[in-house]
Design a protein around this ligand. Structure first.
Ligand SMILES: [Fe+2]
Length: 233
C-alpha cells in the first residue's frame, strides 16, 4: 500500500523519512536561539534538560517568544518537500505558522488531551505532519489510534451530539507513544485520535508540526489567515 492510501484509509497515519535533514538542523538551531536560554545552540540535550526546571510562567513566556518564529513553516516544508508533494500534488495550501510544541516530563504538566485535528476547523482533506527535534527514547511522544477505532469513538460521541467531548477526553488509552527517530515524521489524517501522556524523563520533548492539503480541495472553515497557497516546483 502506498503512503497516501495508508494515511487516507488505514491505519490513518504513516511514518516517513525526512527529505533534507540539514534544514531540520537549521530549524532546531533557530528555535534554540529564539528561546535564548543561555545554552549552546549545538547542545540541544542541555536545552531540553534546562526546560524541565522552568516554571509554568517561564514556559508561557517562551511560548510568546515563539509566536514570532514565522520562518518555521517554510523550513518544515523544505525539509519534507518531497513527501508533501507526493501527498498533496504541486499546488497546495500550507499552514502559515508551524506549531512548535514542547512537553515537560512529570505529573501535573500540560499535555495534549486525546483529540482529533478536525475539531480545530481544518478540512477533512488536511494532513498533519509532526516531527520531533530529537530521538524519542522515552514516552514523550504521541499515541495514535487507528482510523477504524477513531471513527468508532467519534461516531459514538456524534450520536450524543458531541464533538471531542467528555467521552473522548476522559477515555483511558493504553497505547504507547510511537518512538520516532530524529529525521522521521508522522503524517496523519484529521480524524485520527491522538494525544500524549505524562511521562518520566530528564529532558523535555520538543517537536514541530505543520498542516497542508491539496489546493484542489476546499478549505472549508479555515481561510487564508491560516493557510497560504503554494506552488511546488
Ligand atoms: Fe493534535
Amino acid at each position: 500500500m502506498n503512503i497516501k492510501n495508508a494515511i487516507i484509509k488505514s491505519p490513518g497515519y504513516v511514518i516517513v523519512k525526512i527529505d533534507n535533514l540539514k534544514i531540520l538542523d537549521k530549524l532546531k538551531n533557530k528555535f534554540s536561539k529564539k528561546l535564548n536560554l543561555n545554552v549552546a545552540t549545538n547542545n540541544f540535550d542541555d536545552l531540553r534538560v534546562k526546560m524541565t526546571s522552568m516554571s509554568k510562567s517561564e514556559i508561557n513566556n517562551i511560548m510568546i517568544k515563539l509566536l514570532s518564529f514565522s520562518e518555521a513553516a517554510e523550513m518544515m516544508f523544505d525539509a519534507f518537500k518531497v513527501q508533501i508533494k507526493k501527498l498533496a500534488g504541486n499546488e497546495i495550501f500550507l499552514q502559515r505558522r508551524a506549531n512548535t510544541i514542547f512537553n515537560i516530563p512529570g505529573k501535573n504538566q500540560r499535555r495534549q488531551w486525546p483529540h482529533y485535528e478536525l475539531m480545530s476547523g481544518i478540512s477533512p482533506f488536511t494532513f498533519v505532519l509532526w516531527a520531533p527535534f530529537h530521538d524519542l527514547d522515552d514516552d514523550g511522544g504521541i499515541f495514535y489510534i487507528d482510523q477504524k477505532r477513531s471513527f468508532r469513538m467519534i461516531k459514538k460521541e456524534h450520536a450524543k451530539g458531541l464533538v471531542n467531548g467528555p467521552t473522548i477526553l476522559n477515555m483511558k488509552f493504553n497505547e504507547k507513544p510511537i518512538k520516532l527517530k530524529y529525521g522521521e515524521a508522522i503524517i496523519f489524517n484529521p480524524f485520527i485520535l491522538h494525544g500524549n501522556v505524562n511521562f518520566n524523563s530528564k529532558k523535555a520533548r520538543m517537536a514541530c508540526s505543520i498542516r497542508f492539503q491539496s489546493a484542489k480541495h476546499p478549505l472549508m472553515q479555515k481561510n487564508s489567515d491560516f493557510f497560504k497557497y503554494k506552488k511546488i516546483s
